[in-house]
Design a protein around this ligand. Structure first.
Ligand code: ARG
Length: 296
């Protein structure tokens, strides 16, 4: 199945579509926003030059000016919501550096630098390490591959950790040791959802949304047990990387094309804020990929 076929995958849809609750009262009262600190990297040298995930096609042209405009619009959304955005200096020759989420994980006063799976991205790690050091952290490293917040998502005082495509399962234990937080391992099985943040979204300290078919059966069972109230999104939303979102607990910045997910969010009292990152999607990333959160 190709990326474009996926939206018509009716079997999966039947299994995973959830009709938003038939509520007339939108319950925004139980949601609250907390100011966040993000790190982003301008897409100055962004390009699709190699293929390390099924979304990338070097023969499809990227509009660099449009990419820059879309990226800046995302930054402006964060600023307008009252969040802080720190910037990394873009580095020539690192076309994927715009996907800042992959640079590491910062939580509980500890910072762990990424160890990238592919050589093409390895040069991004020192830029993140330097930023962490300048921000006052003592950056730790892992022996095994970890692609930062692409695969390591903080929910409350727990880290949900993906493996199967990029981050090595053995790095999960290293992350737990470095951060002092429990890590729950989740296995990804569909190459189009190669990072955890393409298949699962953290909405607040206790709420997640995910796309069940992206996970191995035991991981699906674990997610149902841990998050009985999780939002399950449909294929149409998953295949526009609709789960690649950034939430402050109330406002959920998400790809504008994920309209079904936006409705589900609204029905549960969140405020979806759609943005268009069509150019960044060509590298296999969207909102969350472009945003590293510095957790307190
Ligand atoms: N082209 C990049 C890669 O394959 C995209 C990374 C997207 N980042 C993310 N957090 N999912 O590594």
């Amino acid at each position: 199945m190709t990326l474009t076929d996926a939206t018509t995958d009716a079997t999966t849809d039947a299994r995973t579509t959830r009709t938003p609750e038939a509520t007339s009262v939108v319950d925004t009262d139980r949601r609250s926003a907390r100011p966040r600190r993000y790190v982003m990297a301008p897409p100055t040298f962004f390009a699709v030059e190699y293929v390390i995930n099924p979304w990338m096609d070097p023969s499809a042209p990227v509009d660099a000016a449009l990419a820059a405009q879309q990226w800046d619009a995302l930054r402006q959304v964060y600023l307008a919501l009252g969040h802080t955005v720190d910037l990394l200096e873009p580095v020539a020759g690192l076309p994927d550096m715009v996907y800042a989420a992959n640079g590491g994980v910062i939580v509980n006063g500890r910072a762990v630098v990424a160890r990238f799976a592919y050589d093409g991205r390895a040069g991004e790690a020192p830029a993140h390490r330097d930023w962490m050091a300048k921000a006052g952290y003592a950056p730790a490293h892992t022996r095994h591959i970890n692609e930062g917040q692409g695969d390591l998502l903080v929910v409350g005082a727990t880290i949900l950790a993906g493996h199967g495509f990029r981050t090595d399962r053995r790095a999960h234990d290293e992350i737990a040791a470095h951060t002092g937080l429990p890590v729950i391992s989740l296995e990804l099985v569909d190459p189009r959802f190669y990072h955890l943040d393409t298949a699962l979204a953290v909405l607040d300290d206790a709420t997640i949304a995910y796309y069940p078919p992206a996970f191995a059966e035991p991981s699906r069972t674990m997610l149902t047990e841990l998050f009985p109230d999780a939002i399950e999104v449909c294929s149409a939303d998953a295949f526009v990387l609709g789960l690649n979102v950034v939430s402050d607990g109330l406002n959920v910045v998400l790809p504008a094309a994920a309209t079904g997910f936006a409705e589900q969010l609204r029905a549960l009292g969140f405020r979806p804020v759609g943005v268009d990152l069509s150019e960044l999607l060509k590298g296999g990333g969207s909102v969350k990929c472009c945003t590293l959160e510095v957790h307190p």
